[in-house]
Design a protein around this ligand. Structure first.
Ligand SMILES: [Zn+2]
Length: 452
């Protein structure tokens, strides 16, 4: 069955696991253990002097294993967060301006507040149904071919939402002060409206919410939620945390536009659905063409008032660092500059890594370094440095940890600690990218959205 071939957890549901696209080729060209200079390089970088110790963290991060949401042998489990935690510990980023989010920070968002944020995207009935199912469960069970729900899933989801919202507060420079500010207004009261083609009219926003400047944020939470539509669990996920965070950010005074950048290898159909008619949220996805969930075609640009505020860039299988750089330079950066977001939220998925078993793109760990740096640079240029990254996919544990650490190094302005793609190609670990096809895909997006 074609659908089952690309479902990430066919093996988790007990079905025979078909080889992922390109797996045969990779088995021949890869050694059992790819060289990994990451730990040593990261340790060396951590020992290097940092020019100025900042009194405030330059980046806050949160690690939430969500142990209540787990199912034996499923590739989406707490082991993913543990792998990232180990890589971050080895990287020693606290010495360079990164700080874990304080345990008390999420307290204000726990329970009802997290639920209220989720209801900005999911109908109350959907949340009630999830909660009710969890109460009645004694063991994890599948809700579709790839997505499971466990007795602790709903509570774990609320906790993850609270962590993301607390990180958002840090990114925005503090909690929402709507209650103690006069004339703050709501989402439409910021710096102008977005037109139907994603272009912005009116006076540009000052680049900071009420003059406040935050720091970057990275949420290592799970399960991934960008496939979850407002009323349907999907693609390992039950709740769309990024969509809820975007909607919550948009409700803050002075925030008119939110950009959601999604670089997971799969198209974020759920996030797209949440904002497809909303011109104030730009959803931009880089993903592998023709991969599950088979959405994300370039021709879909949004509907109604949101037409033009959805930008899909489906890249051909085999595309890697060069194709991603091309897409970033020709589509991501110009679209962001035209839209002028008040905050940038990134659906940070790592299954486009060349070692990931679920897809066939060829990004390297170092690719995520320049993407982290690039996201930070766009946020610095456009919205006072406000960038919030939230973990989505990524299922090769070593690569996942390595790549998240690289992202954070990029955000912090540290040099990469893993080999560049040229080195991996010279070692015959990467195959040549289909650049002609990648260029056509990028040019298609440029033409459709008049970004040239
Ligand atoms: Zn994915």
């Amino acid at each position: 069955m074609r659908a089952a071939r690309h479902l990430p957890c066919a093996h988790a549901s007990g079905a025979a696991a078909p080889p992922p696209a390109g797996a045969g080729q990779r088995a021949r060209r890869r050694p059992r253990c790819a060289p990994n200079a990451f730990v040593a390089a990261a340790a060396a970088a951590a020992a290097a002097p940092w020019p100025s110790q900042q009194p405030q963290p330059r980046l806050v991060y949160v690690l939430d294993e969500a142990p209540g949401h787990a199912k034996d042998a499923h590739p989406e489990g707490p082991q993913r967060v543990r792998a990232i935690a180990a890589a971050l510990a080895a990287a020693g980023l606290e010495a360079h301006g990164a700080a874990p989010l304080g345990a008390a920070a999420a307290a204000a968002w726990r329970g009802a507040a997290a639920r209220e944020a989720l209801q900005r995207v999911h109908p109350p009935q959907y949340l009630e149904r999830l909660e009710s199912i969890c109460r009645g469960l004694e063991a994890p069970t599948l809700v579709d071919e790839s997505t499971y729900i466990a007795p602790g899933s709903f509570l774990a989801g609320l906790e993850a939402m609270a962590a993301v919202l607390a990180c958002l507060d840090a990114v925005m420079g503090g909690p929402d002060r709507a209650g103690d500010e006069s004339g703050g207004g709501q989402s439409s009261g910021g710096g102008g409206q977005s037109s139907s083609d994603g272009q912005r009219s009116g006076a540009p926003n000052a680049g900071s919410e009420g003059g406040r400047r935050g720091c970057a944020g990275f949420c290592v939470v799970r399960p991934p939620g960008h496939h979850v539509t407002p009323s349907r669990p999907m693609g390992f996920g039950l709740l769309n945390l990024v969509a809820a965070a975007a909607a919550t950010a948009k409700a803050r005074p002075g925030v008119a536009r939110v950009m959601v950048l999604d670089f997971d290898v799969h198209h974020g159909n759920g996030s797209e659905a949440a904002f497809e008619a909303d011109a104030s949220v730009l959803y931009l996805s880089l993903h592998q063409q023709g991969l599950w969930p088979y959405t994300g075609k370039a021709a879909f640009v949004g509907i109604g008032e949101g037409a033009g505020a959805t930008i899909n860039v489906p890249l051909p299988g085999g595309a890697g660092d060069a194709a991603a750089r091309l897409a970033w330079g020709a589509v991501v950066a110009p679209a962001a500059r035209r839209f002028k977001p008040d905050v940038l939220i990134v659906s940070a998925g790592y299954d486009a890594h060349w070692r990931d078993p679920l897809a066939a793109l060829q990004l390297c760990s170092s690719s995520f370094h320049w993407m982290g740096a690039g996201a930070r640079a766009l946020a610095d240029e456009l919205c006072g440095g406000r960038v919030l990254l939230v973990l989505e996919g990524g299922y090769h544990l070593e690569s996942l940890g390595e790549s998240v650490a690289e992202t954070l190094r990029g955000v912090l302005g540290l040099p990469p600690a893993t080999p560049p793609p040229e080195e991996l190609a010279a070692a015959r670990l990467l195959q040549p990218e289909p650049m002609a096809r990648a260029q056509r895909a990028v040019e298609d997006a440029v033409r459709r959205h008049r970004l040239g």
